[in-house]
Design a binder for this molecule. Sequence first.
Ligand code: GDP
Length: 195
Amino acid sequence: LFAGPVDFVKGVVAMPGLPPADRLEVCFAGRSNVGKSSLINALTGRKSLARASNTPGRTQEINYFALGEERYLVDLPGYGYAEAPLPIVEKWQRLLKSYLAGRQTLRRAFVLVDTRHGVKPVDDEIMQLLDRSAVTFQVVMTKADKVSRAERMAILDQVRGALAKHPAAYPELVVTSSEKGDGIETLRAIIATLE
Ligand code: GDP
């Protein structure tokens, strides 16, 4: 799935702009700076595929990438920008809600969590929205190379604790480092085998 070309399809600002729901898709969500662009670039083997959506406060787009003809990889804008203007935040939240509740072909959301920080309140809000939308989500820990093994174990416990109250949470975490390549193959395999 990841061996072939990965093409940018389009940036979507409103539901009518979504591409036809003709294949399964997965989406990636996370706080700004969590390492989402780096992870998507590591997954797809591209250097700068996921950068366009990265500017704080800019019109927020849902970016669609095609993994061959079989899957869409969907990059949701980073959340939790302190300085994002309220109208933009509200417009984005409406779009996100419609997308999560209305996209039949969305198979799984990956919620990225920084291995240094664990689940923050803003992450928990997204998880609640995923619960309400009945979208199964799986937590992907990022930047695992930045912490010691002991710190990682403590944070993973915190994350598992936080997930226990989310019915839509998939119990297994994926621990990754885009820098070192850890967990990338595992995540590719998960995406490739979803049905
Ligand atoms: P985004 O805002 O979520 O798209 O985050 P970026 O992918 O732009 O990453 C934010 C910062 O974290 C950048 O300086 C990256 O170089 C750094 N970063 C991302 N992933 C990793 C990682 O796996 N290990 C380390 N050490 N740094 C990372």
